[in-house]
Design a protein around this ligand. Structure first.
Ligand code: OOG
Ligand code: NI
Length: 451
């Protein structure tokens, strides 16, 4: 990157802000959700100076108000591959593979997100991106029709394509090009109230699966939700109805804990919006919603296996409402250690290590000395935040927006290889990324202590 180039982190920051402004304008209820989240966050901070202090030490206060993620759904391999190149301009790379077919949603997905410490701390904006699995449409004629409709559309403007190519050739964009890129990239995610198909086609696709109609019948992959970060998701869930927002029934993910783990999410139900069809018929489409998230510590393979086991244990007794669900979850999750030291010593979660400024130890030290150095106060440890998604939670979010008429699970196998072929590159392994960052922080901290 030359000095004249804007950093990808800055482009992502500009883009996420532009996307938020566009979505607030398109979906006023989302603005209402943002205000509620802002009040709850302020109240939490006012009530807990200690939390404010921790957040400010970890440089978290400034980015509390930036959206944490959005989601889109695309129809073809070519679209997915082109968006991969678009997101790369913003320093967002495909991490993780999520198979939603078992939950009756005919897509598989990845998250485009920043990967290194500096980029994540600058702006962690990520986009959960799903690829429709057309092969799951049983009716061959409908499948072919959907394919043709998708092949005829262009979801990225020619100007954006040119700027992506510019970026790839030059290794960066200058300020003017970056601003143009943000403007043009935004066009891909805009809502179109005019469907590209006639009413009958829409209905046939809708009948096959509501999600298929949503992906196939429009000019592009409209952003279907954005998600701010809250400091108290239980409070936001409780208060949504008070501001006229209809929340989904339960908060997805782990229960409330002293040491929050992974990711908790809830959303408001998708709005019914007026649309018109190519034959001038009028109708309504339900796709767009708002979501909130609260993130906790990233788990190792062992921690994740324990989480998955407890979650499925808890699921076998599905609860009637959120309060009952949370109480039941909390009881089952008593088996999950809930203090940082145990999580670390048992290798259940990932941490950042820091050398205490001014501390010095006579070397050599290695990883076997970590416990002793922490006890001596030479090393400090902070939780590494989970940056990814959870397939069971994602399925719950999808399903809450698909109405009563859910779909049985598709029996077809997950097909990461097919997804990666469409994407054009393998997805990164999220657990390996956390492990690498933890290791790097430890090596750096030990080097500082003995340096
Ligand atoms: C994506 C649903 C999943 C999440 O946060 O887990 C999701 C979609 O509806 O397209 O956004
Ligand atoms: Ni989401």
């Amino acid at each position: 990157m030359s000095a004249a180039h804007v950093s990808s982190d800055d482009i992502r920051d500009q883009f996420s802000k532009a996307m938020s402004a566009m979505y607030q304008q398109e979906v006023p209820q989302y603005s209402a959700l943002l205000s509620l989240v802002a009040s709850v966050n302020e109240e939490v901070l006012a009530a807990s100076p200690a939390l404010r202090e921790t957040l400010s030490v970890h440089n978290e206060l400034a980015r509390l108000d930036v959206e944490r993620h959005g989601a889109i759904r695309v129809g073809t391999a070519e679209e997915l591959a082109l968006l991969r190149r678009m997101f790369a301009v913003m320093g967002m790379h495909p991490v993780g593979y999520y198979d939603l077919a078992p939950a009756g949603v005919p897509v598989h997905s990845t998250a485009f997100r920043p990967v290194d410490d500096a980029a994540l701390s600058r702006n962690p904006f990520r986009v959960f991106t799903s690829l429709l699995r057309l092969e799951l449409i049983d009716d061959p004629e409908l499948r072919e029709q959907a394919r043709e409709i998708l092949e005829a559309r262009r979801i990225v403007t020619p100007q954006a394509v040119a700027l992506i190519e510019r970026f790839e050739q030059q290794g960066g964009l200058n300020a003017e090009q970056a601003a143009q890129f943000v403007d043009q990239a935004l066009e891909t995610f805009r809502w179109h109230e005019q469907a590209t198909v006639d009413l009958a086609t829409y209905q046939r696709l809708q009948q096959e699966h509501r999600l298929i109609a949503d992906v196939v019948c429009f000019k592009g992959p409209h952003i279907n939700h954005l998600t701010p970060r809250t400091l108290d998701i239980d409070d936001v869930q409780r208060r949504m109805p008070q501001v006229g927002i209809d929340p989904k029934a339960i908060i997805e993910g782990p229960p409330r804990r002293r040491c929050p783990i992974l990711l908790r999410q809830t959303s408001f139900k998708a709005l019914e919006e007026p649309i018109s069809f190519a034959d001038d018929a009028r109708g309504r489409h339900t796709a767009r919603f708002g979501e909130i998230e609260q993130r906790g510590i990233a788990l190792t393979h062992a921690g994740r296996a324990l989480y998955d086991r407890l979650l499925s244990e808890a699921k076998s007794a599905a609860a009637a409402d959120n309060e009952a669900h949370q109480a039941h979850l909390a009881a089952v999750f008593e088996a999950f250690p809930d203090d940082e030291t145990t999580l670390r010593r048992e290798g259940l979660a990932f941490f950042h290590y820091h050398a205490v400024p001014g501390a010095h130890v006579a070397g050599p030290v290695d990883e076997g000395d970590v416990e002793r150095l922490v006890e001596q106060g030479a090393l400090t440890v902070t939780p590494m935040i989970y940056e990814d998604f959870l397939p069971v939670s994602a399925a719950g979010i999808f399903q809450s927006n698909l109405g009563d008429k859910g779909h049985d699970g598709y029996a077809r196998e997950a097909n990461q290889q097919q997804f990666e072929q469409a994407l054009g590159v393998p997805v990164a392994d999220e657990v390996a990324l956390y492990a690498k960052r933890q290791q790097a922080s430890l090596e750096q901290a030990l080097a500082q202590l003995t340096g």
